[in-house]
Design a protein around this ligand. Structure first.
Ligand code: SAM
Ligand code: GPP
Ligand code: MG
Length: 296
């Protein structure tokens, strides 16, 4: 057996060879996302074929939700949660700067590919994603084929700290809720390498608030739930500064994401993590941030 390659069985019955994980932890994360099939993600994605693994922002449209006891309320609630998740992606894309059709964008930790599809649909550009999960990459590439955009949108099984992209190849790159799985210095060194000078890096992330002191019990609960390691706001800014990424915009989206969580907590699709997000956002120990930085 080749020590650098491992094999994963896909839902189609075929199996693919993928690089062996760079660490036992990355092997755990690959298995986690290979096995993930939560209705709160799949039923929302089924609304319009954009599959996200991130959370929502913006005010709830109560007129669109209609009366709780009305038939069809649950479907409308799912559509509303999905609308708020896609609104989150739109805000991320708003901060990528000017993007031309011939440009390449990199999605680090691309999940099932929803953000890449939206980026291509908005800019007409190429979107290249990496994920540790072969099942996610397969799902994203299948969706791209169904949409006839497989020549512009592609997911690969790859460590975001060691990507196949050329130095300076990307006009812009991002992490959408995927930076809590890696060391930030290593991550920003790789983004800095693949970005063109003057290019743009954007992250939307949950981070613990240094003003609170240390990670609260709710933050620790979120880490345990997802097997991730949430960084502090201070760590983000320090690691960016050390890697030629100069923040241009920092937006605190905490107040904008609370309505999503409060609505989700009332739905039949709850996963049990809603209380930790709501309490940590309310007690100030956790923040939902967008940071857009120039590669200088
Ligand atoms: C919460 S999901 C976010 C997915 C996507 N960004 C979205 O918004 O829908 C986290 C993603 O990060 C990926 N990930 C975690 N660590 C990674 C690593 N070292 N290299 C590549 N992807 C990684 C996981 O495979 C998963 O796709
Ligand atoms: C903001 C933070 C700390 C995010 C952690 C990363 C993460 C797991 C995001 C959502 O994924 P998901 O959409 O698969 O989760 P869920 O099933 O809860 O919707
Ligand atoms: Mg989700």
């Amino acid at each position: 057996m080749n020590l650098h390659v491992t094999s994963v069985e896909l839902t189609t019955g075929t199996s693919v060879s993928i690089p062996a994980p760079a660490s036992p932890y990355q092997g755990d994360i690959a298995r986690y996302w290979d096995g993930e099939a939560r209705p709160v993600n799949l039923r929302l994605g089924d609304v319009d074929g954009l599959y996200h693994h991130h959370y929502g922002i913006g005010d709830v449209d109560h007129a669109a939700l209609g009366p709780v006891d009305d038939s069809g309320y649950e479907d409308r609630l799912i559509a509303e949660l999905h609308r708020l998740e896609s609104a989150q992606t739109e805000v991320l894309l708003d901060h990528l700067g000017p993007v031309e059709r011939g440009d390449t964008l990199v999605d680090a930790g691309c999940g099932r590919g929803g953000s890449m599809v939206m980026a291509h649909q908005r800019f007409g550009c190429r979107a290249e994603g990496v994920t540790l999960s072969a099942k996610q990459a397969d799902f994203a590439n299948r969706r791209a084929r169904e949409l006839g955009i497989e020549d512009h949108v592609r997911a690969r099984v790859c460590n975001m700290l060691d990507t196949p992209f050329d130095t300076g190849q990307a006009t812009a790159s991002w992490n959408n809720e995927s930076s809590m799985y890696v060391d930030l210095h290593d991550l920003f060194a790789e983004h800095s390498r693949i970005l063109t000078t003057g290019g743009r890096y954007v992250t939307i992330t949950g981070c613990w608030n240094p003003r609170y002191g240390q990670p609260s019990k709710w933050v620790s609960q979120i880490n345990a739930h997802f097997e991730c390691n949430i960084h502090s706001r201070r760590e983000y800014l320090r690691a960016m500064a050390d890697n030629r990424l100069v923040p241009q915009t920092v937006i605190d989206l905490t107040a904008a994401t609370l309505p999503y969580w409060e609505l989700r907590a009332t739905s039949s699709l709850v996963t049990g993590i809603e209380e930790a997000f709501i309490n940590s956002y309310r007690d100030g120990s956790f923040q939902y941030l967008l940071i857009a930085a120039d590669r200088v």
